[in-house]
Design a protein around this ligand. Structure first.
Ligand SMILES: Cc1cc2nc3c(=O)[nH]c(=O)nc-3n(C[C@H](O)[C@H](O)[C@H](O)COP(=O)(O)OP(=O)(O)OC[C@H]3O[C@@H](n4cnc5c(N)ncnc54)[C@H](O)[C@@H]3O)c2cc1C
Length: 401
């Protein structure tokens, strides 16, 4: 599907394309190509984030009053699609997509004055401390305790599945500050440094072979109470607001659409079991058409949500539709990519996607990371709230069941 662009949007699209052509150096394109998981290799990707920050485009979803470029919903969508099509590295967006909106709405003036500029300049890498060994879908049952002591909280407990904690400078973290009343009523939302005494990060390696996940342990960690966002014991409201942005703030379809375009190109290069081009295989073409129709439908929902965001509204339950369909389409696209690659999808060559390697890969360039992405993104229907949880939210809030 093509965006129906007016002259102003076409001019914007050209501006974005020119910027990407001039600034996506070989190093950045290589980082984009060697992306086996959700994020691209950290060092070149941080350098790419700096280029975007200098241009003023890093926090492109933000309203102009907080330092964003003030783009319309269509412009944001164009930008997302063009960066995907150009093969830009995939950045850690937890600061700009999650912490930023929360601080804008619930932060003190001091937090706005310090945290927001640091995100605009990509000074820190953030990670998310929500899930615990005994609290995933049932997040409100979290047990990590924060006990007031003078001007500080003293934190004890553990967070799990913490993406990027091993590279993070800061964490946004849910802690239990009260055991009275309903579980949701005793939670607070804190922002703090990852190098404080008492914090230990242990890696969790996935079966895709990558290290993105960790378990984080807190042992008498002292955090200033001034780092709390929102009132004490009101963190559940802040946490839910953030989840709307986590699920609904990043459009899935530009990534899936870029993948579909690459796939369409690939099927002319790869043959099916009978030796004929996959482009001639009716079954395969049927699945491809179904995927494309699904993307078109999801794109309409995403644009609606992005338009609401541009007008200062929050995504609401539409973010659950967004997350549910987006993650399913992503998995379908990656599955078709695996099918297309056939034998080339089989070799396990993680050394071939280490940044800066000189390994001769078995798979063609366009299929190098397909298998690891396929395995990595099996988690897409689990992280940021599983599909079952999204369906329950929709049943309650959209259908009133
Ligand atoms: C790759 C990856 C990255 C992640 N990154 C982070 C991160 O950076 N920070 C962070 O805090 N967390 C992160 N998570 C954790 C993620 O949010 C949780 O895994 C998720 O919320 C599910 O929780 P759980 O793993 O405890 O599974 P459970 O909650 O135990 O669920 C197990 C199964 O039961 C189903 N289920 C549970 N409750 C219900 C219900 N009420 N109705 C119907 N079905 C139900 C679930 O859908 C799932 O299929 C990440 C997870 C993954 C896999």
């Amino acid at each position: 599907m093509d965006l129906d662009l007016g002259p102003e949007d076409q001019a914007f699209q050209n501006e974005v394309r020119t910027f990407l052509k001039e600034n996506l150096t070989d190093e950045f394109l290589e980082a984009g190509r060697l992306t086996p998981a959700v994020r691209s290799p950290i060092e070149p990707t941080r350098r790419w984030a700096k280029v975007l920050a200098e241009k003023g485009w890093l926090c492109h979803p933000w309203p102009a009053e907080f330092g964003g470029p003030g783009w319309t919903a269509v412009q944001k969508y164009i930008y997302e699609l063009e960066t995907e099509l150009a093969g830009a590295p995939s950045i850690n967006n937890m600061g700009l997509r999650m912490v930023g909106p929360v601080v804008m709405k619930y932060g003190t003036e001091e937090q706005k004055a310090t945290v927001l500029p640091s995100i605009l300049n990509d000074e820190f890498a953030w990670c998310q401390g929500y899930s615990e060994p005994g609290a995933g879908s049932d997040l409100a049952s979290l047990q990590t305790r924060a006990v007031p002591d003078g001007d500080n909280y003293v934190i004890n407990g553990s967070k799990i599945w913490t993406t990027g904690a091993h590279n993070a400078d800061k964490i946004f973290c849910l802690v239990r500050t009260s055991t009275e009343g309903k579980p949701q009523e005793g939670i607070s939302f804190l922002l703090f440094d990852m190098d404080l005494p008492g914090i230990t990060v242990k890696p969790i390696l996935t079966y895709a072979g990558d290290h993105e996940l960790n378990q984080v342990f807190f042992d008498d960690v002292r955090v200033p109470q001034s780092s709390r966002v929102g009132d004490e014991n009101q963190g559940w409201t802040v946490a839910k607001y953030l989840l709307e942005f986590e699920r609904g703030g990043v459009p899935y379809t530009p990534r899936v659409k870029a993948g579909l375009l690459r796939l369409k190109d690939m099927i002319h290069k790869e043959a099916g079991g009978d030796g004929r081009s996959l482009a001639e295989d009716p079954d395969f073409r049927g699945r491809l058409a179904k995927l494309e129709i699904g993307i078109q439908a999801a794109e309409i929902i995403e644009k609606r949500v992005m338009s609401a965001l541009s007008q200062g509204e929050n995504p609401g339950y539409a973010s659950s539709i967004f997350k549910l369909r987006g993650s399913e389409l992503l998995q379908e696209m990656l599955e078709l990519t695996m099918k297309t690659l056939g034998n080339y999808a089989a070799p396990y060559q993680p050394e071939a996607y280490v940044f800066g390697n000189n390994v001769e890969a078995v798979a063609p360039n366009y299929g190098l990371t397909a298998t690891s992405k396929y395995y990595n993104q099996r988690a897409a229907t689990i992280y940021a709230g599983s599909s079952e949880v999204q369906r329950t939210i929709l049943a309650k809030h959209a259908l009133g069941l």
